[in-house]
Design a binder for this molecule. Structure first.
Ligand SMILES: *Cc1c(COP(=O)(O)O)cnc(C)c1O
Length: 381
């Protein structure tokens, strides 16, 4: 067993098959979008999610932008987004002219607190964007019920949600639309890549058009029209087929990749749960764990800072995560910074993510845990 000198936060995993499929893609003579591997990936997701249509995109940010366009979001509309999330969750809607209304997180995990959504709804509200933090499902029944009662769209930011579910239903299959990421920091990846899953029939046809630069090229390819042209807005949202060839290699090994990650996650959990002053991930009974991240919540911001330093001294790279968006420079400039969101602030200040990647070893996990346990023991004495 090779002993690692330093333990990085993430090392993207490669199955070895990526270059084989990329070479095949080149040999096929079609490297642009919507080719063989694009179709394989899209069919796989449509089948496993049970979605009406799945479209590969160049990133999750792009699929969120497509969703915002499909939702018809425009100037003056309000969109409810958790503050504790990545910029893209809000950006995609802000770009369409929406006013972003920030919601607080739950007390037990960083997901949007469904009980705090309804008080944020106004006659201008159009959509809710729940983010499944670390692949832990938001309370989707509650969110869908609120959305239905107020005539709102739900767009799941399932960027971290692959292979995870809510009451037995896959994440990304519940909202009207859902967005996934295959960025190199996610469980399966192709460097940069994303997916838009469409679960409501109203959005299928227009999605094809937005995807292909505002043209009805898809209808043309199916022989439904004899020429194609400019019919709507859109962009070039589709990735090159060799990007999908890369992802296909990872999809083929999803089960073993996930099995490995879950064992590492369980190892962390078995050693760290119960330490005084350290909160471990709380996964509600309706949710499963896809081992996207192992994170802890320190009792104070100062303790987190010192723990990061201590881990660093021991050659371990642990990182904090989002900075509450309602306190961002852009939110301030836009006048969206008035909300008081103590839970989002708590996660901003106190959450720490530990190294988690396919080739991490159980010895590595023990080393990280030893440092954390020693650190907390010293705090208590
Ligand atoms: C990674 C991530 C994104 C962005 O994904 P890209 O593919 O990099 O655009 C958006 N939202 C969340 C919650 C993410 O974790």
């Amino acid at each position: 067993m090779k002993i690692r000198e330093t333990i990085p936060f993430n090392i993207p995993y490669h199955t070895g098959k990526e270059t084989i499929y990329i070479a095949d893609c080149i040999k096929r003579g079609k490297t642009c979008g919507n080719g063989e591997y694009t179709n394989r990936c899209q069919n796989y997701f449509a089948r496993t999610l049970g979605s009406l249509k799945c479209m590969m995109t160049t990133s999750c940010t792009d699929s969120l932008e497509m969703a915002a366009m499909l939702a018809g979001i425009s100037s003056g509309d309000e969109v409810i987004v958790p503050s504790y999330t990545f910029v893209s969750t809000a950006l995609a809607f802000a770009r369409q002219g929406a006013t972003i209304v920030f919601a607080d997180s739950r007390t037990d995990n960083p997901d949007i607190d469904a009980e705090k959504i309804e008080s944020l709804i106004t006659p201008r509200t159009r959509a809710i964007v729940p983010v499944h933090y670390a692949g832990i499902a938001c309370d989707m029944d509650r969110i869908m019920e609120i959305a239905e009662r107020h005539g709102l769209l739900v767009i799941e930011d399932a960027a971290q949600g692959i292979d995870s579910s809510y009451k037995g239903r896959p994440l990304g299959s519940i909202g009207h639309m859902a967005c996934f990421s295959f960025h190199e920091t996610k469980n399966i990846q192709c460097g940069e890549g994303g997916l838009l899953a469409i679960n409501h029939p109203d959005y299928v046809k227009r999605a094809e058009i937005l995807w292909e630069k505002g043209t009805n090229r898809q209808e043309f390819f199916r022989g439904e029209v004899n020429k194609y042209g400019w019919v709507d807005l859109g962009s070039s949202f589709l990735p090159a087929d060799y990007v999908c060839a890369f992802l296909w290699a990872q999809l083929e090994e999803l089960e073993s990749i996930q099995g490995k990650r879950k064992k590492l996650w369980e190892h962390y959990d078995s050693r760290l749960r119960g330490i005084k002053g350290l909160q471990c991930p709380e996964i509600p009974g309706y949710a499963t764990n896809n081992a996207h991240a192992y994170f802890v919540i320190c009792d104070t911001p100062d303790r987190r800072t010192r723990l990061i330093e201590r881990l660093k001294r021991d050659g371990i790279h642990a990182v904090f995560h989002y900075l509450s968006l309602h306190k961002s420079e852009f939110a301030r400039k836009s006048g969206w910074d008035t909300a008081v969101l103590p839970e989002a602030d708590k996660y901003t200040d106190c959450l720490l993510r530990l190294p988690m990647f396919h080739d991490l070893t159980h010895e590595d996990v023990d080393r990280v845990c030893d440092t954390i346990i020693n650190f907390y023991n010293a705090c208590q004495s």
